[in-house]
Write a protein of this length. Structure first.
Length: 125
């Protein structure tokens, strides 16, 4: 990785932190920009750049090491727990939460459709 790529990665991470601070503050983009002295056009420019980087990550191209997004899927194993009915008698479901959006699906929901829906939600956040 050359210095230009490192600088680009640094700026993306920096603006990802700013975007997260804005979300955590609960303020509108306009109010957040006024309070922090950031020009709204600059904020939207970097928001677009972060979304483009995230789309590149989803497509397996570009910034694989950026660390801007968590892994999309991980294997989940259900452990036997006291107070729960035996494995064959309960309805299994999964709940995925991304930036405040929640997706809940039962165990019979097709994995391909869940993956598509999760990508769509991530791109819109």
């Amino acid at each position: 990785m050359n210095t230009r790529e490192i600088a680009s990665e640094y700026r993306l991470v920096h603006w990802a932190e700013i975007m997260q601070n804005r979300k955590d503050s609960g303020l509108s983009i306009k109010r957040f920009c006024e309070n922090t002295g950031i020009h709204a056009n600059t904020y939207y420019y970097w928001q677009r750049k972060l979304r483009e980087a995230a789309c590149g990550d989803l497509n397996g191209m570009g910034r694989a090491s950026a660390g801007l997004m968590p892994a999309v899927f991980a294997e989940v194993k259900l452990a036997a727990s006291a107070g729960l009915p035996p494995t064959g008698t309960r309805n299994h479901s999964i709940c995925v939460e991304i930036s405040g959006a929640r997706i809940t699906a039962d165990s019979g929901y097709p994995a391909e459709k869940l993956a598509y829906l999760t990508r769509a939600v991530m791109q819109s956040c």
